[in-house]
Design a protein around this ligand. Structure first.
Ligand code: FAD
Ligand code: UQ1
Length: 444
């Protein structure tokens, strides 16, 4: 008995000592050291699709995905949620169900990149050593850069909304339903954005909603954009100008949101061609697309990024310009395409093939053409399917005039794209419509 009790006392003291030690220990003693062939930072559209491809090829345990989020969101659906066409529940799945089973998920964030030593440190203090690194962190939403905005977005049933975050996207349809009369203002920030069509898609849906509910004649629909154009590709911009003219939507170019006055329902804009010139507008609905940037953690690692903080890659191969074992995919890369999931799909095969080439001592040969696609939803039953490349030249899949508003393209956006994303893209089985395009443009 005595010896048992003695043992327990010793065990208790050891445990107590261990707890005390753990409490005082530095993170390097406490935390894990991981080693892997490929580390993928970010398990969004790009990280997940390439993780699936690489782990299928390399086998179990070769790939680590570093990703903190509990859920994976299909962000293109946010536009439809804003219009009450889909629900927030439709837009996400548990991260554990979308990441490939053959890869190891480290549920944590990258806190520091050390590409010179092939190491990434995590927020919780783990150290991950890799042979090859794929950076897929997406962009950072900077709602806090607009004074008053976060406060306005925290007012329950308020007039300020934003499709860009799952935290706020439900506010859009609520604000639309509550809207009675007055100014409905939609903004585009003075920064790079993901899906540059999305800030105006929700405006067209709102316009249609107000028509359907007979409120449109009491409403003034306004698009205040920092850009000097309505859309970056002239072919589609020409079509969109016809839509705004037909619908009586007021477009103010080079007009940038700089402040929201939450209690007054007012927004302050600057004229980017004459920043002294400020204008304060009343609103009954304000849909804000927030300023965005490369994530701070990337921007902090100067050897990894360009002046603007995005991962400095060769725009053809997606390989880092200095570190041959580092690649980037998606919104966090410096490749000058429009930041869309459609681009991620096309990049995924380029990144996969080029990473394998480098692993085998070859030169990366596969080239990304800058493909981007933006289904410009113009209402509850119409959509212009914009597709283009680096040179902003249309690169259309279907042998029809895609700059026309079509019901078929709306159905594609609403019903075909979600399963294509969940079942094909995230499993590494969708590389964009390049092959279909070639088939459909064959001259018979
Ligand atoms: P994301 O999918 O954003 O994934 C980034 C991942 O990295 C996230 O899971 C995040 O948690 C993780 N991460 C971030 N920081 C860290 C860190 N420090 N450490 C580890 N992990 C980190 N695209 C289209 O093609 N068509 C559309 O119609 C369309 N509509 C859109 C509408 C809206 C409202 C929005 C918001 C986007 C839309 N997009 C659309 C754009 C599309 O969603 C993005 O371009 C795409 O998701 C980019 O993929 P990604 O992998 O680069 O980044
Ligand atoms: C696409 O490939 C893609 O990524 C999965 C999207 O994001 C959801 C898109 O919105 C679009 C339009 C494409 C391109 C696909 C076709 C069939 C034109």
């Amino acid at each position: 008995m005595n010896s048992i009790r003695m043992c327990n006392v010793v065990r208790y003291n050891l445990l107590k000592g261990d707890i005390l030690f753990r409490g005082l220990a530095t993170s390097s003693v406490l935390n894990d050291n991981h080693k892997c062939q490929v580390l993928i930072v970010g398990g969004g559209a790009g990280g997940c699709s390439v993780a699936a491809k690489l782990s299928n090829k390399l086998g179990k345990g070769k790939v680590i995905i570093l990703e903190p989020a509990e859920n994976h969101y299909y962000q293109p659906m946010f536009t439809l949620i804003g219009g009450g066409i889909k629900t927030l529940n439709d837009s996400f799945r548990p991260m554990s169900t979308v990441l490939p089973a053959l890869a190891k998920w480290v549920k944590d964030s990258a806190a520091k990149f050390e590409p010179e030593n092939n190491i990434v440190y995590t927020e919780k203090g783990d150290k991950i050593e890799y042979e090859f690194l794929l950076i897929a962190t997406g962009v950072q939403l900077n709602y806090n850069k607009i004074p008053g905005l976060v406060e306005a977005l925290s007012i329950p049933k308020g007039k300020v909304c934003s499709n860009y975050s799952p935290k706020y996207v439900n506010r859009t349809f609520e604000a639309l339903q509550a809207f009675k009369a007055g100014d409905a203002i939609f903004t585009f920030p003075n920064s790079p954005v993901k899906c540059p069509g999305a800030p105006q898609k929700i405006m067209y849906i709102a316009d249609h909603y107000l028509r359907k509910t007979k409120k449109r004649h009491h409403a003034n629909v306004v698009y205040n954009t920092s850009l000097a154009v309505l859309f970056g590709v002239k072919h589609y911009a020409d079509a969109l100008w016809k839509v705004v003219d037909k619908r009586g939507i007021q477009v103010n170019l080079r007009t940038n949101l700089i402040e929201v006055l939450p209690t007054k329902n007012q927004a302050i804009f600057e004229n980017l061609d004459n920043p002294q010139e400020k204008i304060t507008l009343d609103f009954e609905l304000l849909h804000v697309t927030p300023p965005m940037s490369a994530p701070d953690v990337l921007a902090a690692c100067k050897s990894l990024v360009t002046d603007t903080g995005f991962v400095d890659v060769n725009k053809d191969t997606m390989q880092h310009t200095k570190f041959a074992n580092v690649f980037a995919i998606g919104d966090c890369s410096s490749s000058p395409n429009s930041k869309t999931a459609a681009s991620v799909a096309a990049q995924s095969q380029v990144v996969y093939k080029n990473m394998l080439a480098v692993m085998n001592g070859h030169t990366p040969m596969k080239v990304f053409d800058g493909y981007a696609s933006c289904p410009l939803v113009t209402g509850y039953n119409s959509c212009i399917l914009a597709e283009f490349d680096y040179s902003l030249t249309p690169l259309e899949t279907f042998p029809i005039d895609q700059s026309k508003e079509r019901y078929s393209m709306f159905i594609m956006k609403k019903d075909i794209m979600p399963p294509l994303y969940w079942h094909l893209l995230l499993n590494g089985l969708w590389n964009g419509p390049g092959f279909a395009r070639k088939c459909m443009h064959l001259k018979w």
